[in-house]
Write a new protein. Structure first.
Length: 106
């Protein structure tokens, strides 16, 4: 059984309907990255711009791969214009396997 990480396993904030609260979860990720507990490895845009971009651009997906400096796991955080957000632990190799649109932000 895997150990619970108090840093990355406690990030996701749920609404009353049990869906991920995008704003609160983005804020929690930003706080942990600012404090040095986590670090963005690669993403479509800066973490702080994910929500704004999702709401202003008819882009299909916006993703981040984030490293937890506490437990050394890699986290995938994805927002979709049509669908539910995804927050999950992934293998580090998935970063290079993701179909990146361009290589502007790393």
């Amino acid at each position: 059984m895997k150990e619970v990480c108090l840093c990355c396993d406690t990030i996701v904030v749920l609404n009353e309907d049990k869906n991920i609260n995008i704003h609160a979860t983005c804020e929690a990720l930003i706080e942990r990255c600012t404090s040095g507990k986590m670090k963005v490895i690669r993403g479509d845009c800066p973490l702080e711009m994910m929500e704004k971009l999702l709401n202003s651009d008819p882009i299909y997906s916006i993703v981040q791969f984030i490293h937890c400096n506490i437990c050394n796991r890699t986290i995938f955080w994805g927002l979709w214009s049509r669908g539910v957000p995804i927050y999950k632990v992934v293998e580090e190799k998935e970063i290079e396997q993701w179909p990146w649109k361009d290589d502007k932000f790393r």
